[in-house]
Structure formats: C-alpha cells, structure tokens
Design a protein around this ligand. Structure first.
Ligand code: FAD
Length: 381
C-alpha cells in the first residue's frame, strides 16, 4: 500500500542518504565487520553531511529536521543490511537524553559535537547482575564536595569502545526502599581517570558494532555532569525508552521488507527440478505469509510513527511495536533463509548475517517478555 508518512523533503533526504551509504558505508562494511568497530571518520562524515541528530535544532548545531528524517535513516540502514554503524542509537536514543534533560550549559557543551560526529555517545544501564530490573543496579555515585565518585560495572554497552560520552545510570541513594527514586543519570567523558573501557565483547551478530564492558573505579566527575536532579533517572529512562523501542521496531520492519524482497528475487532465479523454486507451492505459500505479515506490520508502524511525531506518548503501542515487529522479523528471516538452501548458511550472504543480527532485537531495548509485562500493565492487568 502507498505510504503517507513522509513529505517530499524526506524522500529527497532519503536519496541523499542512499548516496552517502553507497559512498561512505557499503565499501567499508566488510572491513568494519572484521575489525569489530566502525571507523570514527565515518561518524564525522555523517555529521558533516547532516545525517546525525537529524531532528536537532540548528541553534544546538543540528540540521533542523524532524523525527521522520531519523526514520528514513533507520530504514535505509536496514535496507543496506548495515547493523554496525549505530547512528540511530547515538542520534535518536542517547542524544535525546542530553537534549531533553540537560541544562542549557550542558546542551551548549555537548550537543554541537554530537551533531557533528566529534562526540560519539553511548548509554550504560545494564550491569552484569541486572538488565531488565533497572531499579536493582549496583553502580553508585557518591557526592564528594563539588564532585561525584562513580563505582560499578556496566555490560553489553553499544558504542562502548568508541564513545566519547556515556550516560551512566547510577544510584545516589543506598536505601533499598527508594530503589526507583535513587537512580540518577551522569554524563562521563572518555579519558576520565577511573573510567575504563574494559572489554570488547564477541557476539553472535552485529559484528561491526562495538559492544563493551565498562568499569568505573573511583571515577571522579564534576556535579556539573549530572543530568537532571538527583533521583530523576528512572522516570527519565522510562520516558525515553519509548522512542528507543520505536526505533528498534522501525529497523526490524525495514529489515524484514528488504529480506523478503531479496528472497522473492532469489527464488525466481534459483532453479530446482527444472523450474524456478518460486514455482513450488510451498515457496509461494510461505512467501505469501511473509508478505502479509510485512504489509500488516507496515500499516501499524507508519500509523504509530505519525502519532509519535504528533507528540503522543504511546507506552503501550511502542511496546507492542517492539514486541511484534521484532518477532515478525524473526519469523520472516528464518522462513526466508530456508529458501537460500546451503547459501543461507554462508556468511557471505546478507540473509545469513541478517538472521544472526535479528536475534538480539528480541532481547535488547527491553526484552520481549518485558514488553508483554508493560502491555499487560497498560491493560490494567
Ligand atoms: C548486543 C547488545 C547490545 C546492548 N546494548 C545496550 C546498551 O547500549 N546499553 C545498555 O544499558 N544495555 C544494552 N544491552 C543490554 C540489554 O538491554 C539487556 O541484555 C536486556 O535488557 C536484558 O537484560 P539481561 O541481559 O540482564 O537479562 P535478564 O534481565 O537477566 O533477563 C533474563 C531473562 O529473564 C526474563 N525476565 C526478566 N524479568 C522478567 C519478568 N519480569 N517477567 C518475565 N520474564 C522476565 C527476560 O525476558 C530474559 O528472557 C545490550 C544487549 C545486547 C545483547
């Protein structure tokens, strides 16, 4: 069905971003996968061309677009089978915290660098002992004069090795009865004594995306690096996680669309028993099912994006999208991979890598079980 989400300016922007991908991303993807990290220079180039923090106002150094420009970028990254260059994580998940909860002084200090690609960001919530249960984090921030002293460990942090700034969730109050009121967010710059980028983690998928363990050992940061008042971290995270979940859903939907398109083409080309495999009824039925799922998913997601752009705060629907779109991607990529036969098991085939990249989407940004917990709560259960 025809999409009505975008204006002409977004489609022009899409063409420009495709050119950027062709020139600055596709030729490097294999090397980035091998080295397990994206070149820093690629971030600067993306910033220079206005592809970072697309929604940010010009007064803070952004290109002055809107959320739909971010949607375009995520869709095109998925279409390019790129799972390494974490533009959406930086631009649409982490930087919005600085923008929404930072003081004017903090915005002035950090936002222009975020938009130009000079500052790459990460967010560190998860710890070795807890992920889903955010209120149970153990990292502490103790006030000491004009400073805070951070101690603790974080794990699975995307952009962990590359980041220049990391937003860290830490406890400023040890009282277990106030677990939800004791989380505070801090911005820690790379290079501060006591902030260690401890280990780059080997993963099943997302080979070009650096995912790291971070450690804070008596890491002293000025109170001016606290984001919002003490104890405001938990509600801030709950608010911003909606867009994070929506971004995951947008990527999952676009991935499923690309994989389906490529699989249809492959089955028309590949022959067995004297005819294209697309002529077997099993192929037709399976791909018809996938196409139906993809089309239905697209209608829901575009509607949700439109409402999100209009400023509606849709906890239930963002959780539903994260849940449904990532489960749908899992079904579609598994079904499609089968049509590639042995080639679907070879790493040189994009569908194979897409299969491995897809698995984590049901785990991160809140597991799909946690999405069901949230949806059930929203249903009043
Ligand atoms: C590649 C990758 C990148 C990541 N990037 C980041 C990042 O940048 N920043 C960051 O902070 N984190 C990041 N994460 C962490 C991710 O968000 C967590 O792994 C995730 O939230 C789950 O937490 P956990 O691993 O501790 O699992 P656990 O919380 O231990 O959960 C284990 C299992 O128990 C289930 N479970 C837990 N609670 C409930 C419940 N109430 N009801 C039913 N089932 C439940 C879960 O669904 C899961 O199946 C990343 C993870 C990966 C793998």
């Amino acid at each position: 069905m025809e999409r009505h989400l975008f204006r002409e300016e977004h489609e022009l922007f899409r063409q420009a971003f495709r050119r950027f991908l062709d020139k600055e991303v596709l030729p490097h993807q294999e090397r980035w996968r091998e080295q397990g990290i994206v070149d820093r220079e690629a971030w600067r180039k993306a910033g220079r061309e206005g592809f970072l923090c697309t929604w940010m106002e010009e007064k803070w150094g952004g290109p002055g677009g809107d959320f739909l420009h971010a949607v375009v970028i995520s869709e095109e990254m998925a279409r390019a089978y790129d799972s390494g260059f974490a533009i959406a994580l930086h631009s649409d998940i982490v930087v919005p915290y600085l923008h929404a909860f930072g003081s004017d002084e903090q915005r002035q200090r950090w936002l222009p660098g975020c938009a130009s690609g000079e500052l790459v960001t990460a967010i560190a919530m998860t710890e070795p002992g807890t992920g889903s249960d955010l209120a149970a984090i153990q990292t502490t921030a103790r006030r000491d004069g004009d400073d805070y002293v951070l101690n603790g460990a974080k794990t699975f942090i995307s952009n962990g090795m590359l980041c220049d700034l990391v937003i860290v969730a830490a406890k400023t109050d040890a009282d277990p009865a106030r677990a939800h009121q004791s989380v505070t967010l801090f911005v820690v710059e790379a290079g501060r004594p006591g902030f260690l980028k401890a280990k780059k983690l080997a993963k099943m998928g997302l080979p070009a995306q650096d995912t790291a363990e971070l450690a804070f050992e008596d890491c002293r940061i000025p109170a001016a690096n606290r984001l919002g008042p003490e104890g405001s971290g938990f509600p801030a995270l709950m608010q911003k996680l909606q867009q994070e979940r929506l971004m995951v859903a947008i990527g999952a939907q676009a991935s499923a669309e690309r994989i389906l398109e490529d699989t249809i083409a492959y089955t028309k080309d590949r022959k067995a028993f004297g005819k294209p495999i697309s002529k077997f009824q099993n192929t037709q039925f399976k791909l018809a099912e996938c196409a139906t799922e993809v089309e239905v998913g697209r209608a829901f997601l575009d509607r949700l994006c439109a409402e999100h752009v209009a400023g509606k705060y849709l906890v239930r629907e963002c959780s539903m999208a994260k849940l449904w779109q990532t489960e749908m991607l899992g079904r579609v990529v598994d079904t499609c991979l089968q049509f590639f036969g042995g080639y679907g098991y070879m790493l040189e085939y994009p569908v194979t890598r897409a299969y491995m990249d897809a698995r984590v989407q049901r785990i991160y940004a809140g597991t799909n079980e946690i999405m069901k917990v949230i949806i059930a709560k929203q249903l009043g259960l």
